[in-house]
Design a binder for this molecule. Structure first.
Ligand code: IYR
Length: 218
């Protein structure tokens, strides 16, 4: 064996057999919903750190870890982000989106008003690094950062917390407000918190296409 390899340390072994463990995980993640009505109930910084650790455990091209998670709790910064996002969203709903896109969004009832950006206790702004902090190359950037975000959402769900994957577009204003360097490009904005009392979610989003339409076994 190659000298760069070590015996697999600390491998996770579930108490349940694999099939039952996979079903139990599915039972957690299948109940995740994109939440747009957040409570202002606080979430501890330590909790957010665990979520970021989970995201940061993701695999990445050549283990370059090409991500930054900017976790915003400062109300003034959240307000600036909300103003920036709502400006882009007004442009989107009034001009940029075509008819099919607007029709697809109709069941979600979304509009340019993004109150959750100031209500949610945390906004995790995920940046993709187009180069390493040392200037070096990165690989499979979108795949890597996407995997990290998926783990972050799953970790929040596992903790009982609500998330939204918000993508105001274009997102350049996030780098400006947060004072990020040029090699960090905004990827996804994830509000994290507790659902508001009486929080509602889109009825349509509860539906999943049957497994045989999305899974092919050969
Ligand atoms: N970014 C806009 C529009 C939007 C687009 C898609 I695709 C969605 O799934 C939901 C919303 C907004 O956040 O309102």
């Amino acid at each position: 064996m190659d000298v760069h390899y070590v015996p697999y340390p600390d491998r996770y072994e579930p108490a349940l057999p694999a099939e039952a463990a996979a079903a139990a995980f599915h039972d957690v993640v299948r109940r995740r919903r994109s939440v747009r009505e957040f409570s202002d109930r606080p979430v501890s910084r330590a909790t957010i750190e665990w979520l970021v650790r989970a995201a940061h455990s993701a695999p990445s091209g050549a283990n370059k870890q090409p991500w930054r998670f900017v976790c915003v709790q400062d109300p003034a910064v959240k307000a600036r982000i909300r103003a920036g996002a709502e400006a882009e969203e007004r442009e989107f709903y009034d001009r940029r989106a075509n008819a099919e896109w607007l029709q697809d969004l109709e069941p979600l009832g979304t509009d340019a008003n993004k109150a959750f950006l100031t209500t949610a206790p945390w906004l995790i702004v995920v940046f993709q690094l187009t180069h390493g902090d040392d200037g070096g190359q990165v690989y499979y950037l979108k795949e890597s950062v996407g995997l990290a975000c998926g783990l972050l959402l799953a970790a929040a769900q596992f903790a009982g917390l609500a998330t939204l994957t918000h993508t105001p577009s274009p997102m350049a204003f996030l780098g400006e407000i947060l004072g990020r360097p040029k090699h960090e490009r905004p990827f996804l904005l994830i509000p994290v918190g507790w659902p508001a009392d009486g929080c509602r979610v889109p009825a349509r989003a509860l539906e999943r296409r049957p497994l045989d339409q999305v899974m092919v076994v050969v």
